[in-house]
Design a protein around this ligand. Sequence first.
Ligand code: NAD
Length: 294
Amino acid sequence: MASIAFIGLGNMGNPMAANLVKAGHTVLGFDLVTENLEIAAKNGVTVMASAAAAVKDADVVITMLPAGKHVLSVYADIAAKVRKGALFIDSSTIDVDSARKAHGIASEHGLLSIDAPVSGGVGGAEAGTLTFMAGGSADAFAKASPILEPMAGRVVHCGEGGAGQAAKICNNMILGISMIAVGEAFVLAEKLGLSHQALFDVASTSSGQCWSLTSYCPVPGPVPASPANRDYKPGFAAALMLKDLKLAQEAAQSAGAATPLGAEATQLYTLFNAMGHDSTDFSGIINFLRGKQS
Ligand code: NAD
């Protein structure tokens, strides 16, 4: 069993750390928010007074932070304070350039590192069924895999440093675009007098089939577990979808890739968020498309 430092014990970090404790690891945690530390302590995490104190004797350091600037600042703070041979795993969703810089900080200090963002949301974090998309050397991935296992349904090695973040934002760009496409189709069907169920029955078994339709249908009825059936309570909040779409746009600009639909989806989610829907599930964009403006 490993000694694991867990930095960033928010909505995702706390249940992830709890699953590591349940698997028998020693977990030392740090967060800036006292309430989050109290939850962590109840889950069996040993709460520390600083990131530096948490990482001092750790075999593995996991970060689950809001954005690239937080990850780089924590890495700059702790890289010289961990013991030799420690492994860094960053599971935050951050921009690809910052992810590569984070690997650079680790490697300057002779440390192995992977970027390992996740999909599956808070539900997946609680159930220990997250999909991890990992970027880093084969050695780092081999060392990280057993640590990720109690938190994971699936772990995919996507390539060298930054490849995990690249996979995450490409996937979520597909998701953002496809949710708008499915929403538009239902709005058009309504105008044409076609029932939700009829469109679902046809498209879910035809060439329009996709996850946004079959697992996360944006109208109530056809998929009982989708957020549309509970007034668009997330799920996956529109603010997080916008964050990921913006990261995809930043990466597209930096890499010179043409992503016109990704750009359009970013615009639509920017408007949806600006109308006060940042805490609405991202599938609620169908109401914006109907022009309800509420
Ligand atoms: P969150 O805001 O609930 O948690 C982030 C935590 O980091 C906060 O508790 C904050 O206090 C802490 N923090 C910030 N700076 C810190 C520092 N310097 N030292 C220690 N702690 C610090 O966010 P979350 O929902 O847990 O998401 C975390 C990451 O996972 C984000 O990058 C997000 O995009 C990604 N993600 C979230 C979801 C989701 O459904 N919530 C799904 C997939 C990926």
